[in-house]
Design a protein around this ligand. Structure first.
Ligand code: NAD
Ligand code: ZN
Length: 379
């Protein structure tokens, strides 16, 4: 029986309050409106960005809300004006979009779509500002336009990448955020030359994906920096060659790295969300040519402070969302890299839990035990 045009009742993990365990609820998911698609989510995973906004310690709180933005699923139905997607397509919802029509989308350089760029404060759909989720008539806010901790969700079609239907969604779902973000931060933004050294701050999934990018680019040294030394064993499998735990040193980590690298590392990629680590990642690159790339999501009141002389000495600081990939244009190609065995995804997936036990995925991340935990919907 087709559900097109009907309200769908399904399970969703709802965050009612900041930092309180998600509650499994039956929600109503309205049909997709203009330029929207409704997706049956099959697999989702947890990224640290979900946890920050759920904790809402350094972020604007917006509740009740359905989190989740790293996922894979199948299109159930499409709204008016959607021509590039149809029911049955295998897709990855993406937290940032590509409308295809704005100056940013027309630019080869920009991935900051005017209409669909990441917006953490929006709780409704762009079309009418309303939510497509409700419980007994009470609206539940969306998160990043994706809200994948629900068996069905509604997403703007510009935030949906159509991928190879042969790709296993339980693996490629991680391409929808963390993997592409880290990989692209190195390959598309830091752009290390073959034989150069790269320092990676933060060895979670995003940082390890950045390390994977460094390996693919032919980096000679990959220096991993993390406050959690347990990360170091895992990181060896990702080609990280040396490790620095800032807690093991009396001097600033910038100085430790400068001493290890004869004056500074060629490239650094920050994947922690800590503003201290962002400053360290910038100040540890070599003068004359060093490039630092910021990826971690800061708290809302953070400020980046460094001496301007660090720029005059010809260091470059950049930042990126989603590794500068255009979601619709480029992401199918990242999935193909996995299908062609150029990219390994399995090593990122350390845990799997059924949707009913989503709390465990939060526990693994908060304890720093998981790289990625895949949450299987319908289980
Ligand atoms: P994660 O929690 O799995 O990994 C973060 C790692 O950083 C942890 O191992 C932690 O011990 C380490 N760390 C924290 N503070 C540190 C410090 N001061 N110095 C050294 N190491 C430190 O998180 P993740 O899912 O890999 O995400 C990493 C960051 O990237 C988060 O801030 C997340 O919000 C952000 N992110 C950004 C984008 C983007 O498009 N820019 C996309 C996805 C995630
Ligand atoms: Zn656009």
């Amino acid at each position: 029986m087709s559900t097109t045009g009907q309200i769908i009742r399904c399970k969703a993990a709802v965050a009612w309050e900041a930092g309180k365990p998600l509650v499994m609820e039956e929600v109503e998911v309205a049909p997709p409106q203009k330029h929207e698609v409704r997706i049956k989510i099959l697999f989702t995973s947890l990224c640290h960005t979900d946890v920050y906004f759920w904790e809402a310690k350094g972020q604007t709180p917006l509740f009740p809300r359905i989190f989740g933005h790293e996922a894979g699923g199948i299109v159930e139905s499409v709204g008016e004006g959607v021509t590039d997607l149809q029911p049955g397509d295998h897709v990855l919802p993406i937290f940032t979009g590509e409308c295809g029509d704005c100056p940013d989308c027309h630019s080869e350089e920009s991935t900051m779509c005017d209409l669909l760029r990441i917006n953490t404060e929006r709780g409704g759909m762009i079309h009418d500002g309303e939510s497509r989720f409700s419980i007994n008539g009470k609206p539940i806010h969306h998160f990043l336009g994706t809200s994948t901790f629900s068996e069905y969700t509604v997403v703007h079609s510009g935030q949906v990448a159509k991928i190879n239907p042969d790709a296993p969604l339980d693996k490629v779902c991680i391409v929808s955020c963390g993997l592409s973000t880290g990989l692209g931060a190195t390959l598309n933004v830091a752009k290390p030359k073959k034989g150069q050294g790269v320092a990676i701050f933060g060895l979670g999934a995003v940082g390890l994906a950045a390390a994977e990018g460094a390996r693919i680019a032919g980096a000679s040294r990959i220096i991993g920096v993390d406050l959690n030394s347990q990360r170091f064993d895992q990181a060896k499998e990702f080609g990280v060659t040396e490790f620095v735990n800032p807690r093991d040193h009396d001097k600033p980590v910038q100085q430790v790295i400068a001493e290890m690298t004869n004056g500074g590392v060629d490239r650094s990629v920050e994947c922690t969300g800590s503003v201290q680590a962002m400053i360290q990642a910038f100040e540890c690159v070599h003068d004359g040519w060093g490039v630092a790339v910021l990826v971690g999501v800061p708290s809302k009141d953070d400020a980046f402070k460094t001496h301007p002389m660090n720029f005059l000495n010809e260091r470059t600081l950049k930042g990126t969302f989603f590794g500068n990939y255009k979601p619709k244009t480029d992401i199918p190609g990242v999935v193909e890299k996995y299908m062609n065995k150029e990219l390994e995804l399995e090593k990122f997936i350390t845990h799997t839990v059924p949707f009913s036990e989503i709390k465990k995925a939060f526990d693994y991340m908060l304890k720093g035990e998981s790289i990625r935990c895949i949450i299987t919907m319908g289980a």
